[in-house]
Design a binder for this molecule. Structure first.
Ligand SMILES: [Zn+2]
Length: 125
């Protein structure tokens, strides 16, 4: 684990909070650390999901995917934003998800979601 200002790298991924976000949300060191810890949990969950097979391990994958939905909520809370599913940005970036990342980012802040029916996690239930 290599420490950097306002963030760190973990398992090859950079976790970083911009100065603007920290100031805007008035986050102190303890609160920044809380956000980083949630990201560490997210990265661990993503790594675990990457190892699984979307056909053979679908039950386990869906269970881990539920944890990822909680991560969006936890992050919003830790960043002192109102809980709002329209601003969730991690659910469509989980490993094995086939929902379009670019289109879902375009829907940021809107109630609609772009679901690929062939997605093993969000498509057919
Ligand atoms: Zn999906």
């Amino acid at each position: 684990m290599k420490k950097i200002k306002n963030g760190m790298t973990y398992r090859g991924e950079m976790i970083y909070l911009t100065k603007h976000l920290i100031e805007q949300q008035c986050l102190d060191k303890k609160e920044i650390l809380k956000v980083i810890k949630i990201h560490i949990k997210r990265i661990d969950t993503f790594e675990e999901m990457k190892e699984l097979d979307p056909f053979k391990d679908i039950i386990k994958l869906k269970k881990l995917n539920d944890h990822c939905s909680d991560i969006d909520i936890k992050l919003q809370r830790a960043l002192k934003f109102e809980k709002n599913p329209s601003f969730n940005i991690w659910w469509f970036r989980v490993p094995h998800c086939k929902c379009n990342v670019r289109k879902n980012f375009q829907l940021f802040g809107k109630e609609e979601k772009f679901i690929n029916l062939n997605c093993p996690l969000h498509g057919i239930i």
